[in-house]
Design a protein around this ligand. Structure first.
Ligand SMILES: C[S@@+](CC[C@H](N)C(=O)[O-])C[C@H]1O[C@@H](n2cnc3c(N)ncnc32)[C@H](O)[C@@H]1O
Length: 378
C-alpha cells in the first residue's frame, strides 16, 4: 500500500503507534479479502437452504437476508471482528493524535495563509442533530468535537483514521472520491471552466483538493460543521498548495448569495444526514446555482440494485457503524427529490458514476462499483 501523502498536519506516529495501526489495518485487509467472502459460503451452504425450506422461496431482499444471516455463527464472528477492528483502529489513532497534538496545532498556525486560502469559523454555529446523536463511523467525538484552543484533532483523527479504515484504497491524498466525481463532471462538460465551486461536507478537504488541482483559477469554497475539522482542512490545503476557502456552515442553509456558484457538489455526505436535510440541502444547492449551473451530489453504492446478500453485507455500516440514514438514502429516488425542490424533471437524474480507480477492492471485497450521483442542472 502506498504511504499516506505527508503534509504539515498529518499525525506522525511513533514506531510503536505505527505498528499498532499497521496491525489493525492488516486485520481489516484480511477481513475484507479472506473472511468476508466466507459469508457467501455460509449463506449458500447454511442460511439460504434454511430460508428456502421454511418459506418455499428465495429471500427477496436484504431485509429478509438480515433476519436469518444475523443468526449465523460465521457472520456473527465476521461482524464482531469488523466492529472490534473499527473501534481499535480509531483507538490506535487517538493515541497518536493526543500525543502529537501540540505540534500539529503549531504547524497548522505556521502554514495558515501560506497560499491565500481562508478559514471562517462561526462561534455561534449549531451542529445538526443527525451528526451529534451518535459518533458516525464510531469516530470518537465524530466530526464536530473540539477539545483544545486552536484544535485540529478532529481533522487529524479523521485524516489518518479514514486512510486506515479504507485500507489506503482511496489514494495517498485520499482524493479518490473527488477524482471520481470530477472525471464525471469533465465527461459531462469537457470545456467547462467554472468560476466558482462549492463542496458541501468537505471534512478534511480531501476531495475538494482534487477539484482545486483541476481548476487552479477557480474560486473554490468548502463547508463543514466542525471547527477543529475545518482548521485542519485549511492547514492541510495550504500546505499542499491549494487555495480553498473553508467555512463553518450548515449545507442546509448557507450565507452565500443566490446564483453565486457554477457547481455545488458533495461527496458521500447525504447518507449521514436525514430525509428532511436532503430536501433542504438540495433546495439550498439550487438557490446557490447560477442559471445553467449544476448540482452534483454523489454517494455510496445503491443497495436496491445489489443482489440480496451483497446488499445486506453492504449495509453492515448502517447497523454497526452508526451510519443510520445510509439504508434509507441509498434507496431514495434522488432525481424526484431534486424535482421537489424546483429542478425541472428533464434536468434532474441519477447518474451511475464509474470508479476512478478500477480494480481496487473496497470494504466487503466489492470491486469496481459505481457511485450514484444526483445530477441536476438549473
Ligand atoms: C463521510 S464525510 C465526507 C467526506 C468528504 N466529502 C469526502 O470526500 O470524503 C461527511 C461529511 O459531511 C459533513 N456534513 C454532514 N452534514 C452536513 C451539513 N448539513 N452541513 C455541512 N456538512 C455536513 C460531515 O460533518 C462530514 O465531514
Amino acid at each position: 500500500m502506498a504511504a499516506q501523502h505527508a503534509h504539515a498536519v498529518l499525525v506522525d506516529p511513533t514506531h510503536d503507534e505505527q505498528s499498532r495501526q499497521d496491525y489493525y489495518m492488516d486485520i481489516r485487509r484480511y477481513l475484507a479479502a479472506e473472511v468476508s467472502p466466507g459469508n457467501k459460503v455460509a449463506y449458500q451452504a447454511q442460511v439460504r437452504p434454511f430460508f428456502v425450506k421454511e418459506h418455499g422461496r428465495e429471500p427477496k431482499d436484504r431485509h429478509e437476508v438480515r433476519k436469518v444471516m444475523t443468526r449465523n455463527d460465521y457472520y456473527q464472528m465476521y461482524s464482531a471482528m469488523q466492529r472490534h477492528t473499527q473501534e481499535m483502529t480509531w483507538d490506535s489513532v487517538v493515541e497518536s493524535v493526543e500525543r502529537d497534538l501540540p505540534r500539529l496545532i503549531e504547524n497548522a498556525k505556521q502554514v495558515s495563509g501560506k497560499i491565500g486560502g481562508t478559514l471562517t469559523i462561526d462561534p455561534d454555529f449549531k451542529v445538526p442533530g443527525y451528526l451529534t446523536f451518535y459518533d458516525i463511523h464510531l469516530q470518537p467525538g465524530a466530526y464536530h468535537a473540539s477539545y483544545a484552543k486552536d484544535d485540529v484533532s478532529a481533522g487529524a483523527l479523521y485524516d489518518r483514521g479514514t486512510y486506515l479504515y479504507t485500507l489506503g484504497n482511496i489514494g495517498s491524498k485520499m482524493d479518490y472520491l473527488g477524482r471520481t466525481l470530477l472525471a464525471h463532471y469533465k465527461k459531462l462538460y469537457p470545456n467547462a471552466q467554472p468560476n466558482r465551486i462549492l463542496d458541501m461536507g468537505c471534512s478534511v478537504g480531501q476531495s475538494t483538493i482534487a477539484w482545486a488541482e483541476a481548476f487552479p483559477d477557480t474560486e473554490i469554497h468548502a463547508i463543514d460543521v466542525g471547527e477543529s475539522l475545518l482548521r485542519y482542512a485549511h492547514a492541510r490545503a495550504e500546505d499542499l498548495g491549494h487555495k480553498i476557502h473553508f467555512s463553518q456552515q450548515n449545507a442546509e442553509n448557507t450565507n452565500f448569495d443566490d446564483g453565486s456558484f457554477d457547481v455545488v457538489m458533495s461527496h458521500i455526505i447525504m447518507h449521514e444526514t436525514s430525509t428532511k436535510a436532503v430536501g433542504k440541502i438540495f433546495s439550498e444547492s439550487r438557490r446557490l446555482l447560477r442559471d445553467g449551473g449544476v448540482m452534483m451530489h454523489m454517494d455510496n453504492p445503491r443497495l436496491k440494485e445489489l443482489p440480496p446478500l451483497e446488499s445486506f453485507l453492504a449495509e453492515w455500516e448502517v447497523y454497526n457503524n452508526n451510519e443510520r440514514f445510509g439504508g434509507t438514502y441509498r434507496e431514495m429516488d434522488v432525481a424526484a427529490e431534486a424535482v421537489k425542490v424546483g429542478f425541472s424533471a428533464e434536468n434532474a437524474r441519477m447518474d451511475m458514476v464509474d470508479t476512478y480507480m478500477p480494480g481496487k477492492v473496497m470494504n466487503y471485497g466489492t470491486k469496481n462499483f459505481q457511485f450514484p450521483a444526483c445530477i441536476a442542472e438549473k
